[in-house]
Write a protein that binds this ligand. Structure first.
Ligand SMILES: C[S@@+](CC[C@H](N)C(=O)[O-])C[C@H]1O[C@@H](n2cnc3c(N)ncnc32)[C@H](O)[C@@H]1O
Length: 272
């Protein structure tokens, strides 16, 4: 399906005007792909039909938001990333009596539960506050529940071992029917809330910020803006972990970070 650039711009502008969500600096290719998918899914013939439907009610917009954001995630996704965090960042976290960690774009929470388990095994969880944020309130709701399909656990267990997990993943959840319900002990210091990286400002200072597979959906201008937000949210020597899938080049702020792990894209903000 052919979508005119001007039509897409109009749709994005009308969303911003009515709901305050600004998609104008998302990658054009990714927005186009998502819109084509949504038109197909909701059986609209063109963007005008989609536009009048989604401006009709908050419920419709919620549905749209659910489809326009890519929420794919898994536990211990790219295990070597978690291994690197354990080896290179945990020793720094251990030097504090209390640490704050932010997962920006946490989706349904699998990544946060993964980190929480590794923090627990390093005796760091009880002295950490881990914030998970996302613009999609549906995924935030699921993340808070911490209930995942039991059938995924075999793959997640393999990832957990590769990430350097010390126990058995099943120690951390209760298997009930076809669900894995993560224990309240693991949930104890996890906090989930809405935060929009495009329009919201920094809300705290963090020793570690994890933001994986989110910036790939933004254009260069927006990536630079979000980097500034991360920079403002880190103390000197605080860590920023982006994961190997991000191909961002943060030219402007590059000299303000030291590379800790090139492959996993883990950086440390310079000292004073
Ligand atoms: C592909 S998921 C990544 C999940 C997890 N970080 C991982 O790597 O497995 C991308 C997430 O970014 C969120 N997202 C997209 N735009 C955002 C924004 N402006 N602010 C905060 N989160 C956003 C989406 O809703 C989605 O849940």
């Amino acid at each position: 399906m052919l979508l005119e650039e001007s039509e897409i711009r109009m749709l994005i502008y009308s969303i911003y005007e009515k709901y305050g969500y600004d998609f104008s600096n998302y990658s054009k290719a990714s927005i186009r792909r998502r819109l084509i998918r949504i038109l197909d899914l909701l059986e609209f013939n063109n963007l005008k039909e989609l536009q009048s439907w989604l401006l009709k009610s908050n419920e419709n917009f919620e549905r749209f938001l659910n489809e326009v954001t890519v929420n794919v995630t898994e536990m211990f996704r790219d295990p070597t990333f978690f291994k690197s965090l354990k080896e290179r960042v945990f020793p720094y976290l251990k030097t504090f009596p209390y640490t704050k960690i932010w997962h920006a774009g946490c989706s349904t929470g699998e990544e946060m539960y993964s980190l929480a388990i590794l923090l627990e095994e390093a005796k760091l969880l009880s002295k950490a506050q881990v914030y998970g944020t996302d613009i999609n309130t549906n995924v935030i709701r699921e993340a808070r529940e911490g209930i995942y399909p039991l059938k995924e656990m075999a793959d997640y267990s393999r990832n957990y071992v590769r990430a350097g997990g010390k126990e058995s993943l099943s120690n951390y959840y209760l298997a009930k029917f076809d669900s894995a319900i993560f224990s309240s002990h693991i949930k104890q210091n996890l906090l989930f809330s809405y935060h929009n990286l495009v329009t919201d400002s920094s809300f705290n200072e963090f020793n570690l910020i994890v933001c994986r597979n989110v910036l790939i959906y933004f254009d260069r201008e927006l990536q630079a803006k979000v980097f500034q937000l991360f920079l403002d949210s880190l103390p000197p020597l605080g860590y920023l972990a982006l994961g190997s899938k991000e191909s961002v080049l943060f030219d402007k702020q590059r000299d303000q970070f030291e590379v800790i792990d090139e492959k996993e894209r883990i950086y440390r903000k310079n000292g004073l």
